[in-house]
Design a protein around this ligand. Sequence first.
Ligand SMILES: C[S@@+](CC[C@H](N)C(=O)[O-])C[C@H]1O[C@@H](n2cnc3c(N)ncnc32)[C@H](O)[C@@H]1O
Length: 452
Amino acid sequence: MKNNNNLFAKYDIAAPRYTSYPTVPYWDNAPTTDEWINSLNRTFDKEHSPWSLYIHIPFCESLCCYCACNTTISRNHDRYEDPYVNCLLKEWDSYQKLVPALNKQALKNIHLGGGTPTFLSPNNLRRLLLGILSNVQIDKDNFEGSIEVHPNYTTDEHLEMLREIGFNRISIGVQDFNLNVQKMVNRIQLPQATAKTVSSARRLGFASVNFDLIYGLPGQGQKEMINTIDKTLEFKPDRIALYSLAIVPWIKPAQRLFKDEDLPSPKDKRALYDYAKGRLLDAGYIEIGMDHFSLPNDDLAIAMNEGRLHRNFMGYTDQQTDVLLGLGVSSISASPDCFHQNQKILSLYEAQANKGIIPTMRGHKLNEEDQFVQAQILELMTKFKIYFSDDAQAQSVKSRLEPMIADKLVSFDGNTMSITEEGKGFLRVICTSLDKRLLRAKPQTITFSKAI
Ligand SMILES: C[S@@+](CC[C@H](N)C(=O)[O-])C[C@H]1O[C@@H](n2cnc3c(N)ncnc32)[C@H](O)[C@@H]1O
């Protein structure tokens, strides 16, 4: 890629990851809790309206200092485990009372994220999952249960219990296999620990194993990336998420624990991604949308080939549902016309949920324009291509992207815009050309991480 240096200088701008549209900083029209509940009831009143469930478990025993997620760091299991599970069950109980049709519609998938969901003991996890799943409709042949795990805190007992309950996907946090990088980010994870989790998951029959990797970490250079990809390929995970390190120290002060000079330059960071991507493609992986790869026989690759790929708050998925219900501190939910986020401060979330109050922190009611732009950004992010039915919009996007067209990152054929192979690495930046709210009002403060 000959011109890459110039392209980075030009396009390494702050841009959203577009796991939602409008992006969270542009939410300006919050539903009241009643409006949120009405939106759920309206959606579930339809005869067939399958849904998804996300449960956030924020606890981690130690702080990984690159982490941008909502976490509570503690080793005090007695203080947190039982009360938090009780609180989640209380929140679930409130939803069941307010949205009775929830129990009549099929739950298509459940995802446990964090934090470290296996911070909870197998018994507490079972209590939580059975407390919820015993009351819902599940089509066993089409159910997907997935969990994010950190190998250092995951036992065979956890995995056996999850398989018994019907979980079939596991996402293993790896990030980087090199000790020098692991020390810099305060996450020592021996390859043997990762190997043990992978082999237990395979032995127990998890149908899909995902690895999370990050490029752009402190201390990470070409040598480290070669080793990380070599080791990853030895395990042959079905899916790989290769995330760009999101640097957001104004939200996550622990990211100030590493110095700017320890980070790869934007050009070197991009080279790490290009190297990893080349190796994964050579090894037979398929590139899925932005920063995801999967083996050709994995459901994500199949969904992409069949034009069914979807993207939501958790990233790419083949499971599109009208409703994503999020339980737990900071969780985000979505219905066709509303977003809703729970309180982000643990004590506030617990206090409200325990009183039987839906712990609303903020949200957004999507207007017609939001729904239109949301569909367009989703199309571009899942298909790398979009057709504009409106000539005027095609022309205005085209003129906005003139420099990217000249740099061969985007091309137009009539009203169809396509992203070139080289342009795929600039997907977030290209999506900003459709983002009407961002175009109308650029953020006044630092809001998004850099796109590359
Ligand atoms: C919610 S985290 C939890 C994973 C699990 N607790 C673990 O530690 O392995 C899910 C994934 O988000 C990614 N992630 C977290 N912080 C990030 C950041 N600042 N930039 C890019 N990816 C990040 C990591 O790859 C991580 O595995």
